[in-house]
Design a protein around this ligand. Sequence first.
Ligand SMILES: Nc1ncnc2c1ncn2[C@@H]1O[C@H](COP(=O)(O)OP(=O)(O)O)[C@@H](O)[C@H]1O
Ligand SMILES: [Mg+2]
Length: 400
Amino acid sequence: MYMNNYQASQSMAETASSDELRSSEAHDVSVHQFVAPLTWRMVADRRYLFPRSPKNEILARCGQQEPISFEQALANLDAIVERKIGEGVYGEVYLCTKPSGVQSVLKLIPIEGGLMINGEKQKTYDEILSEVIISAELSSLRQHNVQFSTDGFVELRSVSCLVGKYPERLVKLWEEYDEKHGSENDCPSEFPDEQLYIAFETAFGGSDLDGFRFRNAQQAFAIYAQIVLMLAVAEKRYDFEHRDLHTGNVLIEPTKELERTYYLLGEEIIIQTHGLKATIIDYTLSRIVHGGLCLFNDLSTDEELFTAEGDYQFDIYRNMKSALQNQWNLHAPKTNVYWLHYLLDKLTSLRNFRDRTSKAHKAAMKTMKELSQVLLRFNSVHEIVCHYFVRRLDESNKEN
Ligand SMILES: Nc1ncnc2c1ncn2[C@@H]1O[C@H](COP(=O)(O)OP(=O)(O)O)[C@@H](O)[C@H]1O
Ligand SMILES: [Mg+2]
C-alpha cells in the first residue's frame, strides 16, 4: 500500500535527526536542485529533505521493509491478471480484475538490474523515485479540496517493490499480446531470478487516444477541455509540466456523468462530458515542485529524443528543450501549451468520426481549428483557462 505523501513527509521529518538530514545530501541525487522561493526553501531545509536513500524512500512509500515476491504482491493485489494491455520502453502494463469486479491496472518496471531491456539501461531506485512521488501527488488531487481539485490524473491505488523471476502466467500473457499486436519489447522471461521491479497499481482508465473513435468533434472537444482543465489545476498546484503528453498517454472511457468539476485557485469550473471521461497517465518525463523540492527528469544530455522526425510529437520535444534552454529543472508552463497544441492538431486531423454531418460536429471542429490558430500565443495552461473558461463563467454568473 502507498502512504499519503503528506503523511510520509511529515513522519519522515519528525523522525529524522539533523545528522540523518546532513548525511542525506550524499545520496540525495534524485532531488537535483532547489528551485522554490526562499520561504519554501526554509521549509525544505528544515523538514522536507528526504532523509532516506532513494531505495528506502521508495520502500517506505510502498509500506515495505524489503522487496516482496511476485506471489506476495499478486496476493496483496487480490486480483486475477487478465491480459497485457500496453507497453512502453520501460514498462509492461496488465489489466487485472478483483473478486468484486473492479478492474485495476498493473504497470511493471524492472529496476536496478544490469540486463539491458528494450535497448535501454534499467532505471535505478533514484531514477524511478520522481515517478513514484508524482503519481501519488497527482492522484491525490482527486481528494476534495476547494483550492485545487481534479480526478483526471490516474488514480494510484498502490506501489510495490518486487523481486524474483517473472511469473509464468505473465510471460504467457506477454506472448499472447505479442502474437496479437506485435510487441516492440524484449520478452520478460529473460529476467534473472534476482530482478527487482516497481509495480504501480492504478485504476483502469479506458483505451488510449491513439486510434480512439469519437462519435463527433463535440466529444473530441469535451475530452480536450477536460485535459486543459486538469493540466491547469496541476500546473498551478505543483508547477507541473507533463512533458510527454502524446496520444498514448491520454486515456478515454465512457461515463454516465454529465458534468465534470474542477477547482482551480478556489474557482469552481464545471464542464459537460458529452459521455466521455479523459485520464492522463505516464509521468516518466514530468516535473513538479513538491515540499519545496523540484522533481524532474534531466533530459539535457539525451540525444535521441531531440533528433526524431516524422510526427509533430517529435517537434514538441525540441520546442520544450528551447523553452527550457535545456535546463529541465526550470518551470516553463509553455511546455504544457506545446503539448495542448499537439493534441489539438491530432484531434482536428481525425477522419474517423462516426457522425460527421451534424451541426454540433461542424461547430466543434471549427472551434478547435480556430483555437489551434491562437493557442501558441499563451504561455501557460492557466492563461488559457482564464481566457476561455473562467471569464465565461464570470459572464454567465453576471447574466444570472
Ligand atoms: N491505467 C491505465 N488504464 C488503461 N490503460 C493503461 C493504463 N496505464 C497504462 N495503460 C496502457 O499502457 C500503455 C503504456 O503505459 P504508460 O504508463 O504510458 O507506460 P510508459 O511509461 O512505458 O509509456 C499506455 O499507452 C496505455 O495504452
Ligand atoms: Mg506512455
